[in-house]
Design a protein around this ligand. Structure first.
Ligand code: DX5
Ligand code: ZN
Length: 219
């Protein structure tokens, strides 16, 4: 049984202290750092790009789990790889040729993730499942932290886990959006092994990051 990993989203961190916040996440027991990149085009919000990732790289050895909510994405993949991303996750709708973008990420020696929005079916990426390291299932419509978990996501996680087990695929199942202390067990029981969380980790228990990460891990 794979242990549960926690990938806190820095979207909910104090953007004026991102380096220090990342150190607090590492000290608090985070397994990865989830970096939400938004372009104001693929999603109605704008965050950070390669220059910021490059400087944040010096603050931790933890893997940067970079979620690219940008389109077109293909021409920026190399920039994010060179900035220090470890996992590069893209949305199928953001590239003209998903397979080509996957091949490029692997050629750059990075782990490759593909993300499914709540309204994107698993069959859109089924042909690529044996080529990727991670499927990021969105349990909110991407763009903002602090949104409510979409309950239909549980069935999608179960369906994906069934396909994974039936074909003996090895990709991780990461779930992203509205994860909290009351839904995390259902998400893990459905088949997820990596949980993304921003609001719960930074805001619950008066912002006790270590306690919040431990609570999510102990489902
Ligand atoms: C939303 C991002 C998520 C979000 C998670 O577009 O992809 O990673 O920041 O934040 P919470 O945990 O607050 O929903
Ligand atoms: Zn994300």
């Amino acid at each position: 049984m794979k242990k549960i990993q926690i990938s806190p989203s820095i979207l909910s961190a104090d953007f004026s202290q991102l380096g220090k916040e990342i150190k607090k996440l590492e000290e608090g027991g985070a397994d990865l750092i989830h970096v939400d990149v938004m372009d104001g085009h693929f999603v109605p919000n704008l965050t950070i790009g390669p220059p910021v990732i490059k400087v944040l790289r010096n603050y931790t050895k933890l893997p940067f789990d970079v979620h690219l909510m940008i389109s077109p994405v293909h021409k920026y993949i190399k920039n994010f790889a060179e900035a220090g991303s470890d996992i590069i996750t893209i949305h199928p709708e953001a590239t003209k040729n998903l397979e080509e973008s996957i091949v490029l990420i692997k050629k750059l020696n990075k782990k490759v993730g593909v993300s499914l929005n709540p309204n994107t079916e698993i069959n859109v990426i089924e042909s690529q499942l044996n080529n990727i390291d991670l499927v990021l299932i969105m349990s909110v419509f991407p763009g903002f932290g602090g949104q409510k978990f979409i309950p239909e996501t549980i069935k999608k996680i179960k369906d994906l886990k069934e396909i994974k087990d039936k074909n003996n695929y090895s990709f991780d199942i990461e779930v992203d959006g509205g994860i909290n202390f009351s839904n995390s067990k259902d998400v893990v029981d459905a088949g997820a092994n990596i949980l993304v969380s921003g609001t719960t980790i930074f805001k619950e228990n008066n912002g006790d990051i270590k306690k919040n990460i431990e609570t999510l891990k102990s489902v």
